[in-house]
Structure formats: structure tokens, C-alpha cells
Design a protein around this ligand. Structure first.
Ligand code: NA7
Length: 515
């Protein structure tokens, strides 16, 4: 939406294709119960328009899905965006025509359009993935993926519900479903670390203070490591006494939210520091969950804290104290098939009336490859990225001129506050397009050497962290057969922004320009 707004400002004619019947992207699709952003409301909003940020009123510390969708709708109306968005339309193919230097874009509605610039804004977590369980099609009851939730809601009352998956989506949905359903059986493959949200109604004084200080706070977010305001303590967890460390963890736990990970600077990089934070979370799980065996099953031990996206929950662990919730450890007792009446694991049958798949996404590359993009010389993006994505700055991939990828692989994207990263990419692309037009440059493409160097750098920075020690979707590990390559850039949004700005200031260094 912001890209459309900016391109219109340059006097370009713009057509947006959107699969959904409304705006909002992830917040349009993810209508599962309990869906909420893990970034605070005052930080999860556009910064490009002063009046917008001053006039919009958030009602809770963390925005719920319906509230973010209202905000997206408001932005669309306020800037009159809908007239250039073609809803209910999926792009099925995009091919670069070298003779004309134009992209030819086709849709499932039969549109064929020619465009000088092609900009993808397809999100990083939009290609929903339901694992290929034998028998799934034969299940007699309804089944839903969290990211494709029915718009008229789902009534769980009196039902026995299976939830498969305990990432952010499962962890948010399970407590809400458990309140309504007769019984919930949770199928967990890997326990995740989750910190309490401590969500609450927005304090008017806080909202007023942020609005009064937005210019400075937005600047701090843009210059920070992950695009958030949360306090980041650079000192080492190993330099302080046990008492002091526990006090710090306790303070952050009581405050709630992902800034728990910012307690010490070495949590993401030093295994010993990381283990201390992990131990604290495990102690909280033991304190909260009545049954010691369930508490142990819920306690992550196979990956460092933060190496998979940390979850932010409301009452997740306590939900397992309810008599109507059962936890099945599918690592020890794997799912063998879905039967017409439920889920069969190695150890037995679990009859249910409904299945909720909270099983995640073909992250980052999935949505891009789904566009069936072909560049110069007939090379498809799928073929080029066979061994993993290759980009220059996460913005372009060599051989695909004038194709820009907002929050593409190789940029901070999912390791940051997405709105901050989206705005940074949109501003950079808008400035680049304006410059190309001013200089009469018809095509911009990544230089393969610059791309090689950037791809190596993205990898090299990741090696310094503990991210590579988890089978996460950051690495494509959740999709069988996907190349194991760390996709987002972990160098930080502040440093990354400086690099992108420098490249632009140097006349788009590392790009090949042609007239
Ligand atoms: P995630 O974080 O990818 O979680 C998916 C969950 O589904 C995770 O617990 C997986 O276990 C589980 N899963 C996936 N496939 C299977 C199979 N075959 N059997 C059992 N369990 C399975 O997706 P979410 O939607 O929760 O969150 C995505 C992001 O959205 C989140 O990080 C936030 O940034 C917002 P695994 O861990 O792979 O063993």
C-alpha cells in the first residue's frame, strides 16, 4: 500500500494485484482466534504520514488481528488506494521481455499487462504449508490452516479439536480454542520458547507520550538492530552475578514481550549466555505447569532461545493445566496418518471433530517462487535459486532487471519489525525509480559479483550467531527438500539501512545500469 502511494507520488501509473478480496496481507488471512502482533501497537504502524500517526488511536498494548485489519482498511481509504488495486487476482506468471525491456505479467483472471517495473510485496510468511499427512483428504470434519482462516469465524463449542503445530500461531490460538472447545489435543513436534505478552488496554498517557515524541522514536527504531524500541542491554550475561541476572530476567518477564531477549547482548551469539536465558524460561514453565511430565515436554532443549522466532503468548503454558487439554509429543509418538475420524499416531488414535493446522509456511522464497518469474535468457527464478536465494541487498536478483523485492531474502525482513523494514525498502525503491527516470536509465540489474559478495556476507554474519543451530524456517528447514540456507540478513536494520543508502549515494554501486 505504501509502495503504491509512493509510486503515485512519482506520477507513475501503478496496478496492484492482490489475491485477497481486501487489503491487509497477513492480517487479512490470519484470522485465527488469538491472532495478535508480537510488536507493540505504537511501534507497528506506518511512519510516513504525520497526520496518520497522530490521528490513529490504538486500543491495546499489542494490536489484535481485527484492529490491524481496521488500520489497513483505514490507510487504504485515507489515501484512496483501492482504485489501483485489483483484488481477488493472483499473479500466475511474470516474464521479462528483453526486446522491449518490459515485464509481462499474467494473472488467473486472464489479465496480461506490460510494465517497466515489477515490484513484489508478497510477504515472507504467506505461502501456507500443510504437511503431506497420509489420509488428510479423507478427514470427515472441517480442517483449517491458521493462515487461511474462514472469514465468518469458527465455533469450537462442544467439539474435540486437534491442533498440529506449536509455533507463534499455535501458541496464540491454543489458549483461546481451549476456552471454547470440549477438548483440545495439541500435537507438538518441537517445544518453543514463549514469553508472556502481558497485553492490556492502551494507556492514554503512553499513547500521548509516543505521539509527542514520534520523530525521535521513529529515528531510534530505524537505527536500532531489529526496528523496535525495547531496551537492549549490550553487556554480557556472563559478567553479572546469578542474582543480578535472575533479577533482570524477572523484570523483563514481568514487563512482557520480545525485549526479554534484549536482556544481554550475548544471548544471540554465546551458547553459555543463551543457555542462562533458556534456563530461566524453563524454570517459568515448571512453575506454571502443574504436571511435571507435561512441563518437561513443553520445555525446549533442542535449540537456543531466539534461534527460532520467540513466541509472545497470553496464558499459553497455563492452558496445559486445564482438564480439557492434552499434549502429544509427536517427536516420540509421530503422526502416522489422518483418518476419517482423527489423527493416528504410532501409539494410538485421537478421535477429533476438527483439525487446526498451525504448521507454518514455505517462508520467504515460497511466495516469490510462486509467481513463476522468468528473467533474462529465459532463466527462471526457481532455477536460479535452486540452491537457495541469491540477491543483492535482498532488493534485486541478477538477471531480473527492474524487479524489486520488498523484504526479499537477504534483507532483515523477518528478523525485524516488518513495518520498519517495509518502509525502508519502499523508500529506497521509490528513490531508485525516481533516479532512474531522471537519468534516463531504462534498466537496473544487480551485478552478479555484488550479488555473490552480498550473499556471502549474509551467510557470514549468520555464522556469528546461534541461528544456525535450529531447524527453523529462517533456514528453510521446515520444508522437506528445501535448500538449507539462512535467508534473512541478521546484521541489523540500522546497519543495513546505512549500507543501502550508501549504495544509492554512490550512484547505485553494485548495480548494472543500461539506457
Ligand atoms: P511456525 O513457526 O513455522 O510453526 C509451525 C509449527 O508447526 C511448528 O511447531 C512445527 O514444528 C509444526 N509442524 C510443521 N510441520 C509439522 C509436521 N509435519 N508435524 C508436526 N508438526 C509440524 O509457523 P507459525 O504460523 O506458528 O508462525 C510463523 C510466524 O508468524 C512466526 O514466527 C511469527 O513471525 C509470525 P517444528 O518446529 O518444525 O518441529
Amino acid at each position: 500500500m505504501y509502495m503504491l502511494h509512493r509510486l503515485r507520488g512519482l506520477g507513475l501509473s501503478v496496478r496492484v494485484f492482490e489475491t485477497g478480496d481486501g487489503v491487509g496481507g497477513t492480517w487479512y488471512w490470519n484470522r485465527y482466534p488469538g491472532a495478535r502482533c508480537d510488536v507493540e501497537s505504537m511501534e507497528y504502524s506506518y511512519s510516513f504520514d504525520d497526520r496518520l500517526e497522530q490521528e490513529w488511536e490504538w486500543t491495546e498494548r499489542y494490536p489484535s488481528q481485527p484492529e490491524i485489519l481496521r488500520y489497513a482498511d483505514h490507510v487504504a481509504d485515507r489515501f484512496d488506494l483501492r482504485r489501483d488495486i485489483q483484488f481477488g487476482t493472483r499473479v500466475t506468471r511474470a516474464a521479462y521481455d528483453e526486446a522491449s525491456g518490459l515485464w509481462r505479467v499474467e494473472t488467473d483472471r486472464g489479465d496480461v499487462v506490460a510494465a517497466r517495473y515489477l515490484i513484489t510485496a508478497v510477504g515472507c510468511l504467506s505461502a501456507a504449508r500443510v504437511p503431506d499427512f497420509p489420509g488428510a483428504a479423507e478427514f470427515r470434519g472441517p480442517s483449517f490452516h491458521t493462515g487461511r482462516w474462514p472469514h465468518d469465524g469458527v465455533d469450537f463449542s462442544g467439539l474435540r479439536v486437534a491442533v498440529i503445530g506449536t509455533g507463534s500461531s499455535g501458541i496464540q490460538a491454543i489458549p483461546v480454542i481451549a476456552e471454547q472447545a470440549e477438548h483440545v489435543t495439541v500435537f507438538q513436534r518441537t517445544p518453543n520458547y514463549s514469553v508472556p505478552a502481558h497485553n492490556r488496554p492502551m494507556e492514554p498517557e503512553y499513547q500521548g507520550w509516543v505521539k509527542a515524541n514520534y520523530p525521535d522514536l521513529r529515528r531510534r527504531m530505524r537505527e536500532s538492530h531489529v526496528g523496535l524500541l525495547g531496551e537492549f542491554n549490550p553487556t554480557s550475561a556472563l559478567e553479572v552475578s546469578d542474582e543480578e541476572r535472575t533479577r533482570e530476567f524477572e523484570t523483563r518477564w514481568t514487563k512482557g514481550g520480545i525485549s526479554f531477549l534484549g536482556a544481554y547482548g550475548d544471548i544471540p551469539v554465546n551458547p553459555r549466555a543463551n543457555e542462562l536465558a533458556a534456563q530461566f524460561v524453563r524454570s517459568k514453565i515448571r512453575e506454571t505447569v502443574g504436571d511435571p511430565r507435561t512441563a518437561e515436554l513443553l520445555s525446549p532443549r533442542d535449540h537456543p532461545i531466539g534461534s527460532k522466532r520467540i513466541c509472545v503468548d497470553t496464558g499459553y503454558y497455563a492452558t496445559y493445566n486445564r482438564p480439557n487439554v492434552t499434549l502429544v509429543d509427536v517427536r516420540a509418538d509421530p503422526i502416522e496418518e489422518i483418518t476419517p475420524t482423527g489423527v493416528r499416531t504410532a501409539a494410538g488414535r485421537h478421535d477429533v471433530d476438527m483439525i487446526v493446522y498451525a504448521t507454518g509456511y514455505d517462508a520467504m522464497t515460497g511466495p516469490l517462487l510462486g509467481l513463476d518469474i522468468t528473467g533474462k535468457g529465459g532463466l527462471s527464478l526457481r532455477r536460479k535459486w535452486e540452491a537457495g536465494p541469491r540477491t543483492y541487498l535482498g532488493l534485486m536478483s541478477a538477471g531480473f532487471p527492474n524487479l524489486f523485492t520488498i523484504t526479499g531474502p537477504g534483507s532483515p525482513s523477518v528478523l525485524s519489525n516488518m513495518i520498519v523494514s517495509i518502509e525502508q525498502h519502499v523508500d529506497w525503491i521509490a528513490r531508485c525509480v525516481a533516479w532512474l527516470r531522471e537519468k534516463d536509465v531504462t534498466a537496473i540489474d544487480a551485478d552478479p559479483l555484488a550479488e555473490d559478495a552480498w550473499t556471502a556476507h549474509v551467510n557470514e554474519v549468520a555464522q556469528f550467531t546461534l541461528y544456525l543451530q535450529a531447524d527453523s524456517w529462517y533456514l528453510g528447514a521446515n520444508v522437506p527438500g528445501k535448500p538449507r540456507v539462512f535467508m534473512p540478513y541478521v546484521g541489523g536494520v540500522g546497519a543495513y539501512r546505512l549500507k543501502c543508502d550508501q549504495v544509492a549515494a554512490d550512484g547505485y554501486e553494485g548495480f548494472v545500469l543500461s539506457s
